[in-house]
Design a protein around this ligand. Structure first.
Ligand SMILES: [Zn+2]
Length: 76
C-alpha cells in the first residue's frame, strides 16, 4: 500500500514538473517574436526614393542611395 502512495506522489511530481515546464517555453515564445520584428532602420534613396534597410544603402556625400548607379547619377 505504501508503494501505491509513493507512486501517486511521483506521478503528481512528474505532472507538476511537466505542466510547469510547458508554461516556461510558451512565455519565451511570447517574448521571442519581438526581436525579429524589431524594425530595421529604413532609409530612402535620395535619387529614386525607394526605401531600403540602412545596411543595404550606399552612402554618398549628400545622402544615401539604393545602388552605386543612383549615387553616381545624383552625385556626378
Ligand atoms: Zn535609387
Amino acid at each position: 500500500m505504501k508503494f501505491l502512495l509513493f507512486l501517486a506522489i511521483v506521478l503528481l511530481l512528474v505532472w507538476l514538473w511537466r505542466s510547469g515546464r510547458r508554461e516556461t517555453p510558451s512565455n519565451d515564445e511570447e517574448n521571442r517574436p519581438a526581436p525579429p520584428t524589431d524594425p530595421q532602420e529604413m532609409v530612402r534613396c535620395a535619387h529614386c526614393g525607394v526605401h531600403l534597410p540602412r545596411s543595404d544603402a550606399m552612402v554618398g556625400r549628400i545622402g544615401l542611395y539604393c545602388s552605386s548607379e543612383h549615387r553616381q547619377l545624383a552625385e556626378p
